[in-house]
Design a protein. Structure first.
Ligand code: ATP
Length: 201
């Protein structure tokens, strides 16, 4: 059985970048957000239940979840959010499980789970051999996300405030990857290679 790593970090910390580096080193990367987008994408496995629960108004012309409308609904009605999660989460778990089986069958040496909210939800602890946290200051998170998305600094601050604190995230970490302002992509790669080596990659 390959080791299973959890990979997490706040918005803009560099988690996806680290995940891609690990994948380039041969790890099987399982990205819960990506699977969640797939099951709510055109003809996705969650779409029939979304259609029957919320109605056709939340399904766009391509047969995918209308994210903008759903975000508005979830914002005004917290119950809608939990209803959506009750549909999507079990499917994400199922599809993740299928990918884990495929990774094991294909002989992957390491399985890496990209879990943005790992520190926020305790349920992962038992399934993972170790947790890797990508860490940087809030200022750098704000800068990276603003560059990438055009969100305002205040909007990014709001998202950061809604996530686990840096301290809480570091508390669940077995390994912390520092991805600070001065860290170039080459340095990040070198740091990730060292961490990967710890786990036999
Ligand atoms: P999110 O939670 O929002 O998905 P994330 O933690 O996955 O964010 P990334 O998408 O990996 O973060 O990184 C955010 C942005 O910052 C990306 O555009 C990425 O290319 C850039 N970035 C991350 N680390 C570095 C670095 N060390 N040097 C230069 N750019 C970086």
């Amino acid at each position: 059985q390959p080791l299973r790593l959890g990979l997490t970090g706040g918005i803009g910390s560099g988690k996806s970048t680290v995940g891609q580096i690990l994948a380039s080193l041969g790890a099987a990367l399982i990205d819960a957000d990506q699977i969640s987008r797939e099951v709510t994408g055109p003809g996705g496995a969650a779409m029939p239940a979304i259609q029957s629960t919320f109605g056709g108004a939340y399904v766009d012309a391509s047969g995918a979840l209308d994210r903008t409308r759903m975000r508005q609904l979830a914002f005004s009605q917290p119950k809608a959010r939990s209803q959506l999660e009750a549909i999507v989460h079990p499917l994400v778990a199922l599809h993740s499980q299928q990918r884990i089986q495929q990774a094991i069958q294909s002989g992957a040496p390491l399985i890496v789970h990209d879990i943005p909210l790992l520190a926020e939800s305790g349920r992962w602890a038992r399934q993972l051999d170790a947790v890797v946290v990508v860490d940087c200051t809030a200022d750098i998170q704000i800068e990276r996300v603003m560059q990438r998305s055009g969100l305002s600094a205040d909007a990014v601050r709001g998202i950061i405030a809604s996530q686990a604190t840096r301290t809480a995230r570091r508390a669940v970490a077995d390994v912390v990857i520092a991805n600070e302002a001065h860290c170039t992509l080459e340095q990040l790669q070198a740091e990730v290679r060292q961490v990967a080596a710890l786990f036999g990659l």
